[in-house]
Design a protein. Structure first.
Length: 147
């Protein structure tokens, strides 16, 4: 039987898996665009993507997004794990975060309606800030009790 603290590693692994899936999808869209003649290989020499098909841009941009706010998720998850402070609430919030980030990636890599993407991003970000707030509060309370 897993402890809550041990179970905390599963949302972290789920985020890594999401990043891997988007990375694979990015390469599939790029290779497909080259095979279809929509892009030439030398198009990847420059950071300019204005001439890329949208599906290639969306996947690439989403992969970049997965190295922005999720870095705070990874660091918090590791901090909660090593301090043995992962509660059932934090675990539930971690899974909600992963769910909304997955939804964000699905929207971004497919039909990419900005308002839908924005809402999933906003909810995931608010969850992450709540997780950090809970961690900071509990850390403060624990340190005050030790004095």
């Amino acid at each position: 039987m897993l402890t809550v603290n041990q179970a905390a590693l599963y949302p972290l692994l789920a985020m890594v898996t999401l990043t891997l899936v988007v990375w694979i999808w990015m390469y599939i869209t790029r290779v497909t665009a080259v095979i279809k003649g929509e892009l030439k290989m030398d198009a990847f020499q420059s950071a300019q993507k204005s001439h890329f098909p949208n599906r290639v841009i969306f996947a690439s941009d989403n992969l970049s997004n997965l190295f922005e706010m999720p870095v705070l998720f990874y660091s918090l998850t590791i901090l909660l794990y090593i301090t043995d402070m992962f509660s059932e609430t934090q675990l539930l919030l971690a899974w909600y975060y992963v769910g909304f980030r997955s939804l964000h990636s699905l929207i971004h890599c497919s039909y990419n309606k900005v308002v839908h993407r924005l809402l999933s991003y906003l909810v995931s970000s608010l969850i992450l800030w709540l997780m950090w707030g809970i961690f900071a509060y509990e850390l403060l309370i624990n340190s005050m009790m030790m004095v």
